[in-house]
Design a protein. Structure first.
Lengths: 65, 928
């Protein structure tokens, strides 16, 4: 699939995900608060995970071929 | 309803359904209308990653570590983003080189090394056996639990007999039977199993649906939604920590290492390689899989936390194993269909994993472990066997059984000590060892076979020591002191705290040390020696795979002879005669040849057949079979001699050329030297001419001048006229003399002079010359003395020339002896070999600097003011030429103010005769 823009964007998403879904950034989400009934950590993890997947979908399905 | 027979029936029914789907998939594939050739099925097939670990174990992990179950799924999500480059490259390489397993991939990259293929296979089998044991544990536990319905009782942990009587063993054997039916009905050259992929995609759906069903029921049926569960969990203090844990460094490293491990596992687990790479139909399917697969992972994990919390709240503390919540929660609320669905879901997850993983492992075991060994045993004469497809299938089936037995044994020995997830992580750590060799292999051309072998071996050994053996120790099969005190009681070698590293959990600890050893050895040993030719070419093929378009058929250097029939027979032995014929037919059609009979057994066809073979038995073994079957062997003796002949001819020719060029060189040098001499002579000639012209012009000018005066002044008085006439006469004489001398000198120098050879007495010559100059000496008042020996001194020479020399010397001596007591002495010395004549005078002498130039042409030395030029300056030059001609030497010894002695030697007898005769001969020759 070669050296396309999509590939590079995906690598960027990889780095972004690696940062957001790991400590120490993850520590920021720890705590006792509840977010709409969800524990912050739990909500943060699933939200970021879901967002990452959506972004990956957008990069692959849309954008320049 | 949920009684044993029904459950067993349901289980068989489900597996039967899977089997039916697989058959349908295969049939459609054979008919060319594949049902799996779409990206959604491809992405679903990748979900074989989720096993009973996901189905049961995640909940168990969440119940003890909260969000700690997640990294295993975040890792693959992140890795999927990199698939665009990495996985695409791997797929491209595998398709181009017809690689059918991880072992094949690694072996092919590092020079088609059978050793490496075998090593990878062993590591894969040993590493994945715990994972298979985990599935067995899940199935057997869920089976035991469901049988106790409606009571929720945990299975009995101890007391199960080994093999016979142990339900788990029966389950293992059943799974072996299913796997054999699924994967080893025939051999496919590409190792693709379309039916299997269809079945796996289906079971991925089933386990997803089942899990979500349980999750929805627990969250919305047993409680009032997510918020309700979380709020209620707050009331339990210990659950609070699960939800809100902060981090300490231990958690940091665990989280990161689990994420990293799962990133590697999604690539290098044999079943993942099988479904992602080998079963891939179209490269473009990978694109959708990049986000579809992570989406699946997210969806199947949404309800893990609620189920875990629900279970922890529902069951009294410690009563029910959290690994079973997915089954026991529905059981506790008496929902039979949900229970059955959950059970089937768990069964689906486990069987899917076992079938795909075991097929992948058995393929590797057959192609890369057993066959290479068997092919080497000459006594088996395998290369001569008619049909090997039966043998290959037999080996694969045997491998499947062996692997499942090993899985069962691990479960028996070590399975009870661990939670499901922990067992799985041990396997993850094992397959992670493939990462350096493979990732390095596709991006670094410097990776060598030895480096890969050492890296893999080192990493594997560290894994065994830090994870595998401790698992046996924790289950009681090795002394527990092994863990607390290390090997030989050395604390530094404690398997879970190697060299004092205590901060990490066992998985992170193993990951660190094994990767250190693996990468370290791989890089260091690869760099220690340069890659061989084969390694280098394979490295280039792999690393540069994306730079070239999909190659149609690589041209190959191939010397050998084979017929199409040979190739057909060879192929048939491995994949069956009908399939072999089909393959050749397809090849013929592709190359627009009417029928396979008209195919030529050229390099292209041979290469194609070899790749088909590689699909069946691995590339390394295919190489071996091919070369032995089609006489690709060494050239015949004749051909070798012919080649040597040609080579030696070429060598001789080049030597000749070398010689010629050397000769040419020396000839050129000679020419150059001759040219130089010619130029010199030319210069000398020019000098000579200019000098002679000058010398001639001087007297001519005087003669003309005085003649003109006489002519112009007829009335000149007689005395003056007389004086002028005298001058004219004298100058004419001088001119004549000069011209004569010049001609003389020229004649002598060019060798055209006439030399007469006669025997003469030198004493007579000297005396005669003395008489001749008598008048001159009287006029000048110089005494002349002769000192001559008393015996006759005979030489053979030219008398006149000798006279010429003597006269010249004597007159010179007189000229420069201008003093009252001037004395000239002539001495003749006789020695055995030569004669020496000295002419000594006590004149003014000659300065040392002038002594050399004296003999040059037109040179006169001395004070030109007091003694104007009276000679031509050629006398001594002529003398020297004459003496040289006779083979003698003429020189001067002089001290200024004292006198000068001119000496010349003449060789006696033979020398002179020779020279003069030779000169005479030359002259005659040139005049002839």
């Amino acid at each position: 699939m070669g050296n396309s823009v999509k590939g590079q964007r995906l690598v960027a998403l990889f780095l972004l995900g690696g940062l957001l879904l790991n400590y120490p950034l993850l520590d920021l989400a720890a705590g006792d608060t509840l977010l709409a009934g969800f524990p912050v950590l739990y909500a943060y993890l699933f939200f970021v995970w879901g967002l990452l997947i959506v972004l990956m979908m957008l990069v692959v399905e849309r954008g320049p071929d | 309803m949920l009684i044993a027979p029904f459950i067993v029936l349901a289980s068989f029914g489900y597996v039967g359904l899977l089997f039916a789907i697989a058959r349908y998939g295969d049939k459609r594939a054979d008919a060319g209308r594949s049902i799996i050739a779409n990206p959604y099925i491809y992405a679903l097939s990748l979900a074989v990653y989720c096993t009973s670990w996901t189905f049961y174990g995640s909940v168990g992990r969440a119940a003890s570590t909260g969000t700690g179950f997640l990294p295993i799924y975040l890792g693959p999500t992140l890795m999927a983003a990199l698939w665009w480059y990495v996985m695409a490259k791997i797929i491209r390489i595998s398709k181009a080189n017809r690689l059918t397993s991880i072992a094949d991939f690694v072996a092919s990259r590092y020079g088609k090394s059978q050793l490496l293929g075998g090593l990878v296979t062993v590591i894969a089998i040993v590493g994945v056996v715990p994972y298979i044991a985990l599935q067995l544990k899940a199935i057997s536990a869920s089976f035991s639990i469901i049988l106790r319905y409606p009571e929720v009782i945990m299975p009995d942990k101890q007391g199960a007999p080994l093999f016979i009587g142990d339900n788990t063993f029966y389950i293992a054997m059943l799974l072996a039977a299913f796997t054999i039916l699924f994967g080893t009905r025939h051999l496919d050259a590409t190792e693709r199993h379309e039916g299997l992929v269809a079945a796996v995609a289906f079971e991925s759906l089933v386990k997803l649906v089942a899990f979500i069903a349980v999750g929805v029921y627990v969250t919305y049926g047993m409680y009032d939604g997510f918020a309700d569960i979380f709020a209620r969990a707050e009331d339990y203090p210990q659950l609070g920590t699960l939800l809100h844990e902060g981090g300490d460094s231990g958690r940091y490293s665990t989280w990161a290492s689990l994420t990293f491990l799962s990133m590697l596992a999604i690539m290098f687990l044999p079943r993942q390689f099988q479904v992602t790479v080998v079963e891939n139909v179209d490269e473009r399917h990978l694109r959708k899989a990049v986000w579809l697969f992570p989406l699946y992972l997210l969806v199947i994990n949404v309800f893990v936390m609620p189920i875990a919390l629900g279970g922890l709240m529902h069951f009294p503390q410690g009563g029910v194993d959290a690994d079973t919540f997915v089954l026991t929660l529905p059981m506790s609320v008496q929902q039979p269909w949900l229970i059955l669905l959950a059970f089937i879901g768990g069964l689906s997850a486990a069987t899917g994993m076992v079938i795909v993983e075991t097929i992948a492992l058995s393929t590797m075991a057959c192609n890369d472990l057993v066959m290479p060994v068997l092919l080497r045993q000459r006594w088996l004469r395998l290369t001569e066997r008619r049909d090997l497809s039966g043998l290959l299938l037999g080996i694969r089936r045997g491998a499947i059984v062996v692997i499942l037995v090993l899985g069962y044994l691990y479960f028996y020995l070590a399975g009870e000590a661990y939670a499901l997830v922990s067992i799985g992580l041990i396997s993850f750590s094992a397959v992670a060892q493939f990462a350096p060799a493979i990732i390095g292999g596709i991006y670094w051309k410097g990776g060598t076979r030895l480096g890969a072998i050492c890296g893999l071996a080192a990493g594997f050994l560290v894994w065994v020591y830090t994870l595998l053996l401790p698992s046996f120790a924790k289950s009681g099969w090795l002394p527990i002191t092994f863990l607390s005190q290390g090997y030989f009681g050395t604390e530094l070698l404690r398997p879970e705290q190697l060299f004092g590293l205590t901060d990490f959990d066992d998985i992170t600890h193993c990951l660190f040390w094994s990767m250190l050893a693996n990468v370290g050895c791989y890089v260091a040993i690869s760099l220690a020696r340069r890659p061989t030719g084969v390694e280098h070419s394979q490295a280039a093929i792999f690393v540069d795979a994306l730079k070239t378009a999909l190659p149609a058929a690589r041209a190959r250097l191939w010397r050998g002879s084979a017929t199409v029939d040979d190739l057909l027979a060879l192929l048939g032995r491995f994949i069956g005669p009908e399939r072999a014929r089909e393959a050749l037919l397809a090849y013929a059609r592709r190359h627009r040849v009417a029928s396979p009979d008209q195919l030529k057994a050229d390099a292209g066809l041979v290469h194609h057949v070899e790749s088909l073979l590689a699909g069946a038995i691995g590339s390394a073994s295919a190489r071996v079979m091919m070369s032995s079957a089609v006489d690709e062997e060494p050239l015949s003796l004749d051909e070798v001699l012919h080649v040597i002949d040609e080579a030696s001819q070429a060598l001789a020719y080049s030597r000749q050329l070398e010689q010629k060029s050397v000769e040419l060189q020396s000839a050129t040098d000679e020419l150059r030297r001759a040219n130089q001499r010619l130029q010199e002579l030319d210069r000398m000639k020019d000098d000579f001419i200019s000098m002679v012209t000058h010398e001639l012009r001087t007297p001519l000018t005087s003669i003309r001048a005085f003649s003109e005066i006489l002519n112009a002044h007829a009335d000149l008085d007689p005395p003056q006229r007389q004086k002028f006439l005298q001058v004219i006469i004298k100058e004419s004489e001088r001119l004549t003399r000069l011209i004569n001398q010049v001609l003389d000198l020229a004649k002598i120098e060019s060798g055209h002079a006439e030399w007469r050879a006669e025997a003469i007495d030198l004493r007579e010559v000297i005396e005669d010359s003395a008489t001749t100059v008598h008048q001159l000496y009287n006029e000048r008042g110089v005494e002349l003395r002769l000192e001559l020996p008393h015996i006759p001194t005979i030489v053979v020479a030219d008398r006149d020339r000798l006279m010429q020399v003597m006269l010249n010397l004597l007159s010179n001596a007189a000229k420069y002896c201008d003093r009252p007591d001037g004395k000239v002495e002539v001495k003749l010395d006789v020695a055995p070999e030569w004669l020496q004549i000295d002419v000594r005078d006590n004149g003014i002498g000659i300065a040392p600097a002038d002594q050399d130039v004296l003999f040059e042409k037109f040179r006169q030395v001395g004070d030109t003011v007091s003694r104007p030029r009276s000679g031509s300056g050629l006398g001594l030059a002529i003398c020297r030429q004459i003496i040289d001609h006779f083979g003698g030497r003429l020189w001067v010894e002089s001290t200024p103010g004292v006198g000068s002695t001119f000496c010349f030697t003449l060789p006696r007898g033979a020398g002179i005769a020779h020279k003069s005769t030779a000169a005479g001969r030359d002259e005659h020759a040139s005049h002839a």
